[in-house]
Design a protein around this ligand. Structure first.
Ligand SMILES: [Zn+2]
Length: 288
């Protein structure tokens, strides 16, 4: 059965992510270790880490996913920012190991003033260094991006090049439905979805895809914008999610929503996705 969850707040204490997951009916969760728009890091006490493990074992919410800070840029031509980002990632991975986190998701980087190829080379060198300095069980995931403001990771080809810099078992990709649609993959039609899946299979291999960020898009197809919308209320539409969640391979991965935080919408979006699975299964079985 597909596991569906959400990005939740980790404010006050890390163990509260599990209580927040229960409140919205999530089977899996993602959270930030620190504020994603600040370089400040919090010191975690042994008690906090112990409480995290206690609740993790009790509630059986899995997989657990950490999302990296938005400030990191492993592609930066500014050596200071690049080194600060690398250091941030290494520190995060050490904490992920202590917390026994399954996946660590990061935006590959932004070119900003460089050619895309230069940016890709910087990311590859940064990843190489990070992997040489860490030995964690947490699997490192590069996220598919929309391509706004020089973002690298907007095509499967770019992700393929980046993955060449990292060991197979320790790294993979996280597909964000909003980002790939905005980047020019028409995944909300059967033909568009099949073409995307075929490209993934040919360039990267489906086994490298470990997680889906499940968001509708506030902006149209190929807009190169990263604006998430509630499930079924954006340009992707409910049909796109039906296709994804019922796919023989991608439909078995964990799904995490990162939709706008309004009222009880997390719960509503999770429920909508669950119904999508049942609905399509019904339709398929009634068609024989
Ligand atoms: Zn992300």
């Amino acid at each position: 059965m597909v596991r569906i969850g959400a990005h939740v707040s980790s404010s006050k204490s890390l163990d509260l992510v599990f209580d927040r997951a229960i409140d919205i009916g999530a089977d899996t969760i993602q959270f930030f270790l620190n504020s994603p728009r600040s370089w400040k890091t919090k010191t975690r006490t042994e008690q906090e880490i112990e409480d995290f493990h206690t609740k993790k074992n009790k509630y059986k919410i899995k997989p657990t996913v950490v999302h990296a800070s938005y400030l990191y840029n492993l592609a930066s031509e500014d050596k200071h920012l690049r080194e600060k980002s690398i250091k941030g990632v290494i520190n995060d991975l050490h904490l992920c190991e202590e917390l026994d986190i399954d996946y660590y998701v990061i935006h590959p980087g932004k070119a900003k003033g460089q050619t895309e190829q230069q940016a890709i080379e910087h990311i590859k060198r940064s990843l190489d260094y990070i992997f040489s300095k860490t030995q964690t069980k947490t699997v490192f995931l590069l996220e598919t991006l929309a391509g706004q403001k020089g973002e690298i990771g907007k095509t499967t080809q770019e992700l393929k090049e980046l993955l060449e810099a990292v060991p197979d078992q320790r790294a993979g990709i996280c597909i964000d439905t909003c980002h790939i649609f905005s980047a020019g993959y028409r995944i909300n039609t059967e033909e568009g979805f099949d073409a995307y899946k075929t490209e993934l299979e040919a360039l990267i291999g489906l086994d490298r895809v470990k997680l889906i960020h499940c968001n509708d898009s506030k902006t149209p197809f190929n807009s190169r914008k990263d604006r998430h919308q509630h499930i079924g209320e954006g340009y992707i539409g409910i049909k796109g999610f039906e296709i994804f969640l019922n796919d023989s391979y991608l439909g078995k991965l964990p799904y995490i929503i990162e939709t706008p935080k309004v009222g009880n919408y997390d719960q509503i979006n999770i429920e909508k996705l669950r119904k999508t699975v049942k609905y399509a299964q019904c339709v398929r079985s009634s068609n024989g």
